[in-house]
Design a protein around this ligand. Structure first.
Ligand code: FES
Length: 204
């Protein structure tokens, strides 16, 4: 046997000691997690913001748009005389796309009329034939479209063969502070457009 010293062999039965992660390493890991997670959470909220607002009813809940799908008109019930001539009104609403809100955008126009007995009716002013604008003819006391001479009576019914259907009626509600109230002073309309050139009234 050589005289060189043999390495010392451990005689202990314990496993070799492993140093636990130091406090500094734990702090570094936590900091690194926060640096990644916080911007990701903020980015996610920003991305989802329009959806979250819409799910809370905030999509079209501007000052004049509290009844779901209805838009408050500038005109009031007092402006409509029973069996008087129809009154035109522009429909103005806030529009949302995915990320933006556009305030007070004219989205269409309607004709309003108070029938005998007091009921208020409303029609989209777009001609159901091919989409021109329907006028009121004071002399003839009817509705008339100048493009191809469609004509309608004051209840919106066709009076010649040109239009494929009656004028498109719209839901209208008398309200107070955005809630239905037959004695209210507000008028709200559910404004919709419909397919043109078809006998059926189909929303688009
Ligand atoms: S678009 Fe009105 S009559 Fe043709």
């Amino acid at each position: 046997m050589s005289d060189a010293e043999a390495p010392e062999l451990s005689t202990s039965a314990d496993p070799p000691a492993v140093d636990p992660p130091g406090r500094r390493e734990l702090l570094a890991a936590a900091l690194s997690f926060l640096l990644g997670a916080v911007p990701a959470a903020i980015g996610g909220l920003f991305f989802l913001d329009p959806i979250l607002r819409r799910s809370k009813g905030g999509g079209n809940d501007g000052g004049d748009q509290t009844m779901d799908g209805f838009v408050k008109l500038d005109i009031t019930p007092d402006n409509l005389v029973e069996e008087g001539p129809p009154v035109a009104s522009t429909v103005i609403a806030d529009l949302d796309d995915a990320w933006n809100r556009f305030k007070d955008v004219p989205i269409g126009s309607i004709w309003l009329r108070r029938q005998q007995g007091g009921e208020i009716i409303a029609f989209n002013s777009i001609c159901p034939h091919l989409g021109c604008s329907i006028n009121f003819r004071r002399g003839e006391n009817d509705f008339h479209c100048p493009c191809h001479a469609s004509s309608f009576d004051l209840d919106g019914g066709t009076t010649n063969d040109t239009p494929p259907r009656d004028m498109d009626s719209l839901e209208i509600v008398v309200a107070t502070d955005g809630r239905p109230d037959p004695n209210g002073t507000e008028l709200w309309v559910k404004y919709q457009n419909f397919r043109r050139g078809t006998p059926e009234k189909k929303p688009i």
